[in-house]
Design a protein around this ligand. Structure first.
Ligand SMILES: [Ca+2]
Length: 313
């Protein structure tokens, strides 16, 4: 199997950081063409900086990191410092990045890359609001058919929402962008809260990160420690869900996950349910499937993979 060419579109975020580290630790599975940053968990100024901090933590300073959209398509930006801390990457003390942003706009990088690479060979991995991806599709409709697959973290159905009662954060921040992506016709895999809430960082799993005994293992343990404080209080669960790494883990071992090919649509009108992902899990309509909506994960297998790969960095 050859490594899949991917673009990681992200708003780091501790769980984004772990997803990026997993990708950078797995060159046989993923060739990271670039990391494109978007406003989400924290403003763009911080997400683009955090992405570079994470690359430096991994010792991969040659990765291209681009800044992208600083606000959603048609709504004011909503951020999540209450979860991720003021910097977005609270927890470990990590140095400011020395590596610089790659010149150019993230949206243009996505467009140019899809035009340059052979059709059907580039996979997009959005880990935040879908503003950059939707903007690229709108600016250059010719690239849509050239995308191999989109594997995204976002949405929720049985688990409801985590920013409003009915909406998951990434989709809520830019519902119009999510709508554009889900209607694009590109093959899509969705990692909703329904699956990420099963990928919980329990104490033994957190200890396993720390026991790797490296700078990366220590930093990951401290990041998950940080946002566990919030999630335990909120959900009373055993630990915090590690949302975004589900995306990059899927590229390594899709058999860890199970889901259904179904129709998924986004609410873009109602303020009450704005950003809700209406998933036809029970196939009660004849709306054509547009996504593989993941519902379950082999959590022990997922954390074993994560720990093994992070130990490489
Ligand atoms: Ca994220």
């Amino acid at each position: 199997m050859t490594a899949r060419k991917i673009i990681i579109d992200t708003d780091p975020g501790q769980d984004d950081a772990v997803a990026i580290l997993l990708a950078l630790a797995s060159p046989e599975n993923m060739d990271v063409l670039g990391i494109t940053c978007v406003a989400g968990n924290v403003p763009l100024e911080l997400t683009q900086k955090n992405a570079r901090i994470v690359c430096e933590l991994a010792g991969k300073t040659d990765v291209k990191v681009f800044a992208g959209c600083d606000r959603p398509l048609n709504r004011p930006l909503v951020t999540a410092e209450h979860v991720h801390g003021k910097t977005g990457l609270d927890g470990p003390v990590l140095p400011d990045p020395v590596m610089e942003l790659t010149p150019g706009h993230a949206v243009d990088f996505i467009i140019e890359t899809l035009r340059e690479e052979a059709p059907g060979t580039v996979t997009l991995c959005p880990l935040g609001p879908l503003t950059n991806i939707a903007s690229a599709f709108e600016k250059a409709p010719d690239i849509v058919d050239r995308v191999q697959e989109i594997i995204l973290m976002g949405g929720g159905y049985f688990e409801g929402g985590n920013i409003t009662p009915s909406a998951e954060f990434n989709i809520y921040v830019d519902p119009l962008a999510a709508d554009t992506v889900l209607k694009s016709g590109v093959p899509i895999v969705v990692m909703p809260l329904d699956v990420t809430h099963k990928a919980l960082v329990t104490k033994p799993r957190n200890d396993a990160f720390r026991d790797i005994g490296t700078k990366v293992g220590q930093a990951v343990a401290e990041m998950t420690d940080f946002f566990e404080r919030f999630d335990k209080e909120k959900y009373g669960s055993d630990g915090a869900p590690l949302h975004d790494p589900c995306v990059t883990a899927y590229l390594i071992d899709p058999d860890l996950f199970t889901g259904r090919h179904i129709n998924v649509q986004v609410e873009t009108q109602s303020e009450l349910t704005m950003g809700a992902t209406v998933a036809d899990w029970w196939r009660v309509t004849d709306h054509a499937p547009n996504a593989l909506f993941i519902g379950d994960v082999d959590a022990d297998g997922f954390f074993a993979l994560l720990t093994e790969r992070l130990a490489r960095l």
